[in-house]
Design a protein around this ligand. Structure first.
Ligand code: F6R
Length: 364
């Protein structure tokens, strides 16, 4: 069942090129997103004044990626809410709100409850779900199935990548319907999207290189992930992956927040994993990296950017293939999954079944 891999998580990390291809390629036609085979008509995306994404854990992080894409491209306001908070916030919902529920299992109790509330209050609901026929899939107005195949390891890997790819498709659809993009621009987006997916096998080839870096930080008590904007979403997922399986006390921070508290936690040798996939915030994140480096942190840069101007500012570099700024999610995510995986193997933990965690959280 593990297909020759040591752990399901490892297999599932390696499944990603196929999972992404299966999820994305059938839905890209002639430079556009096409959901006709899913039975999703364009009407779902018309007449919406805002989007609310609700989910838990890793799936919520995919929502943060989605928010960045949709807001930056189509200027529709997007909020991302933890499903466990959603009901208690008494959310303002109407028929012009598209509520997107993201769930690998389709059975997460809080996400299901959030969906039911959105349905009750008359919003349009779209779920991004991996498990066919699951409760969330059945109760949503529309379902965009991810085609990751079964995910067995408790720590979600391939499901996250395909959930993100779902948002890249939705952003493309909204961009088309916004009328603000030319055909050439939309088809350029598709090309860059496909190019980014094609870098995933290249990142997988960096496995043993990443393992060597993991070994350097394997004994740490804590670690911090830094990023800005889209990179903060990626950092959040990287941090969750590391903490849930390795038990390293790991947190993700918006890099700009460092000075407002967190930097007091940075001491000699603490690993700081800094994410940089976007040119417009590169100088900013590198300024933060210099600050933590000056306080003795062990900085691991994970980036697709040219770092030649910044040599000496970091200790280790995980350089993934360069892609267009909007599409850095895929390669960097895979690198961070491999980092979390190897740290965990070095620490001798049960990779697939971390303590206290269940694959599907069906209680609130
Ligand atoms: C972390 C992880 C969890 C799930 C969360 C939601 O690796 O797997 O954080 O993402 O429990 O689960 P689903 O997506 O099934 O709703």
């Amino acid at each position: 069942q593990k297909g020759g891999y040591d752990y399901f998580m490892q297999k599932e990390i390696y499944d990603q090129p196929e999972a992404l291809t299966n999820t994305v390629m059938p839905r890209l036609h002639n430079g556009l997103a096409d959901f006709s085979a899913d039975g999703i008509s364009d009407d779902l995306f018309k007449d919406i004044s805002r989007v609310i994404v609700t989910a838990c854990g890793t799936a919520m992080h995919a929502g943060l990626v989605g928010r960045h894409l949709i807001e930056s491209m189509v200027r529709i306001p997007v909020t991302v809410e933890l499903s466990s908070e959603f009901r208690y916030m008494d959310p303002i919902l109407d028929e012009h709100t598209l509520v997107v529920i993201v769930s690998q299992s389709g059975e997460t109790a809080d996400s299901l409850a959030a969906l039911r509330l959105a349905n009750e209050r008359g919003s349009k609901t779209l779920s991004i779900v991996n498990v066919k026929g699951s409760s969330i899939a059945r109760e949503s107005d529309q379902v965009l199935y991810t085609h990751a195949g079964p995910e067995i390891a408790v720590a979600s890997t391939k499901a996250f990548s395909v959930q993100c790819s779902g948002f890249y498709l939705i952003a493309l659809k909204l961009a088309e319907l916004s009328g603000k993009f030319t055909e050439a621009e939309l088809s350029e987006y598709c090309k860059k999207f496909e190019e980014a997916i094609a870098t995933v096998p290249e990142v997988l080839k960096m496995d043993s290189y990443i393992k060597d870096i993991a070994e350097k930080i394997k004994d740490t008590f804590s670690a911090f992930f830094l990023g800005r904007s889209l990179d903060y979403a990626i950092a959040s997922e990287g941090s969750l992956k590391l903490k849930e399986i390795s038990y390293v006390n790991s947190e993700a921070y918006n890099a700009g927040e460092l000075k407002h508290g967190t930097i007091s936690l940075v001491t000699e040798g603490v690993p700081i994993i800094a994410i940089a996939t976007q040119d417009h915030v590169l100088p900013k994140i590198m300024a933060n990296v210099e600050e933590v480096k000056a306080r003795g942190a062990h900085v691991i840069m994970v980036t697709d950017k040219d770092m030649s101007d910044y040599e000496g500012v970091y200790d280790d570099l995980i350089q993934v293939p360069s892609v267009d700024d909007r599409f850095g999610t895929f390669g960097v995510t895979v690198a961070l999954q491999l980092l979390a995986y190897h740290v965990t193997v070095f620490r001798g933990n049960d990779v697939d079944q971390p303590r206290n965690l269940a694959k599907s959280v069906t209680v609130e």
